[in-house]
Every structure is written in structure tokens, then in C-alpha cells.
Design a protein around this ligand. Structure first.
Ligand code: GLU
Length: 296
């Protein structure tokens, strides 16, 4: 008996924190093409868990610009802020496994601890995004933590990565560009699963959503490559299916740098206002590497 071949389902998952730009189009095109080549399905998902940075107006404009370019997606579109119950349920399951702990640290507490440990550099573990959480609250006794929570002290929930990895044992995942990758589950340290203000996090909600939506091929920028290690750990803890991955290169400006807000002219709104056609936008978004497009 051969294994049934699952349909390829990809997704593009922007956060509505600003206008659509060429980097988004590059990423969306990658997901759409991966689905198309496999005769599969493409989904759009709105990742709006951060109320401080996300705006409904941006969601409207993102969709409007995507449609203008010619992208089509299935309805209804999943919007993360409508599904907090799903993330709460996943958090409960992780808590029941005994691999989470409340973290009462403010940003300042963490920075102070890192600065203190900085005098003994071997104590400051570095991750791809900077120093890792130094584990202050990992050592708070459970009854003390319970009393602080009962007293209403604001707290995040973190994953005790070492304990979690001990439960799952070694894990691997597959990237279409890089082959089999051993999961380096401690790469980001004890990640936040639920923030103080929002009872989920990027890592938790993206992992849960990809499973709920049956996403079988996760495509996203290589800047999120390191996040996949810990997503793999969450999948194992939550008994979720493991999708295939393909991390794509980022679109670069003509100085070889990643596009940023400073490259304002790459905003699709602006390009449209300047008279660019959808074909021209797609052409730029397809691939624009240093040297290929020189400034006049
Ligand atoms: N929402 C994320 C972003 O806008 C992408 C998440 C993902 O593809 O996993 O960067």
C-alpha cells in the first residue's frame, strides 16, 4: 500500500501593520506558484494578533492591492484575532504537559539581567535575534508563581524548551531548499507562548493555524527559518501534522539589502499611483537581486 498523496495547500500570511509592498508580493507569488505547480490550493491568512501594530484598514488595503495584482484566494479568510479560543486550547494542552511557566519579567527586568550576566559572557546565550531570555522565572517555585498570578500580577507564558525537548526527543523537519533539517529546538530559548497583553504569540498561533487549515507546505521568507525549529517542537508537543517547508530568499533592494519601510517606493499603493501596471509589479516582485537592477 502506498501512502495517500495529500493535496498541497499553501498560504500567504501577512500581518496588517502597513501597506502591501514588493516583498509581500514576492512571498505571495511563491506560495501561489507552489500551490499551482502541484494542482493544490492557496489560502490567505491575516495575522493580526498584535492590536498595537495591526489595523483593520491595513487588512482592507492589503486585500485590495492583492486583488488588483490578480491574486485570488479562498473565502472565508482566517483572521487570527477571531480565533483566540484555538490558541487558548493549545496553551492549555501545553500547560497540561508541564512544559510552560508564567513569566513576570518586564522588558527592563530582562535587559537588566542580560546586562548583569554580560559581565560573565558565558552566561548570556545568544540566539539569531539577540540574547535569549535568561530564564529568570523558570526558577520561580510553582506555589509562589500561583500566588503572584492569583494576585493579578501581569505575566506572559513561556515554553520550558529544555523540558519540552526532553519529552519529544530529537526531531527533524524538511525544507524543500535545504533537505532534512535536525530541529535545533533551543535556538530561540524559552519562547513566549502567550504575551502579557495578548494571550497568544506568533509562534503558537502560526503553528496552530497551519494545522487547523491543513497547510501542507509552509512557504515563507528565509528570515523566519530559525522559527521553524521551535514550530516543529510545538507540533510534536501538540500532536499536530508536520507540513513540508520551503523558505524563500528575500527580495533585496539594489544595495543588496532587505526591503524595508525606507524603500517607500516599493509600496504597491505608491507604484499604482505612479501608474505601474499589475504586470510591472509582478515583474519586479518576481526576482530582483543586487546587480540585476541598477539605479540610473
Ligand atoms: N505573519 C508573518 C509575517 O508577516 C508571516 C508568518 C509566516 O509565514 O509564518 O512576517
Amino acid at each position: 500500500m502506498t501512502e495517500p498523496v495529500l493535496p498541497v495547500i499553501t498560504r500567504f500570511a501577512p500581518s496588517p501593520t502597513g501597506f502591501l509592498h514588493l516583498g509581500h508580493v514576492h512571498s505571495c507569488l511563491f506560495a501561489v506558484n507552489a500551490a499551482k505547480q502541484a494542482g493544490g490550493r492557496f489560502l490567505l491568512r491575516i495575522e493580526d494578533i498584535d492590536p498595537n501594530r495591526c489595523r483593520p484598514e491595513y487588512e482592507v488595503m492589503l486585500k485590495e492591492d492583492l486583488a488588483w495584482i490578480g491574486f485570488r484566494w479562498e473565502e472565508p479568510v482566517r483572521r487570527q484575532s477571531d480565533h483566540m479560543d484555538d490558541y487558548a486550547a493549545a496553551l492549555d494542552r501545553l500547560a497540561a504537559l508541564g512544559v510552560t511557566y508564567p513569566c513576570f519579567c518586564s522588558r527592563k527586568d530582562i535587559a537588566d539581567e542580560i546586562a548583569r550576566a554580560g559581565n560573565a559572557p558565558h552566561l548570556v546565550a545568544m540566539g539569531p535575534e539577540g540574547p535569549l531570555y535568561p530564564g529568570i522565572c523558570r526558577h520561580v517555585l510553582p506555589d509562589v508563581a500561583a500566588a503572584r498570578m492569583a494576585a493579578g500580577e501581569p505575566h506572559a507564558i513561556r515554553l520550558n524548551v529544555a523540558q519540552a525537548a526532553a519529552l519529544t526527543g530529537p526531531l527533524v523537519w524538511h525544507d524543500r531548499g535545504r533537505g532534512t533539517v535536525p530541529a535545533d529546538t533551543g535556538l530561540l530559548g524559552d519562547i513566549v507562548l502567550a504575551r502579557r497583553d495578548v494571550r497568544t504569540s506568533y509562534h503558537l498561533s502560526v503553528t496552530v493555524d497551519d494545522a487547523i487549515q491543513d497547510v501542507s507546505l509552509v512557504t515563507r521568507g528565509v528570515d523566519l527559518f530559525h522559527a521553524t525549529h521551535v514550530h516543529r517542537l510545538l507540533q510534536a508537543l501538540l500532536s499536530l501534522p508536520v507540513p513540508d517547508y520551503h523558505h524563500h530568499d528575500l527580495l533585496l533592494n539594489n544595495r543588496g539589502e532587505r526591503l524595508s519601510k525606507r524603500d517607500g517606493a516599493t509600496g504597491i499603493r505608491i507604484l499604482r499611483e505612479q501608474g505601474a501596471t499589475a504586470e510591472e509589479v509582478l515583474l519586479c516582485a518576481r526576482g530582483w537581486q543586487p546587480g540585476k537592477l541598477e539605479t540610473p
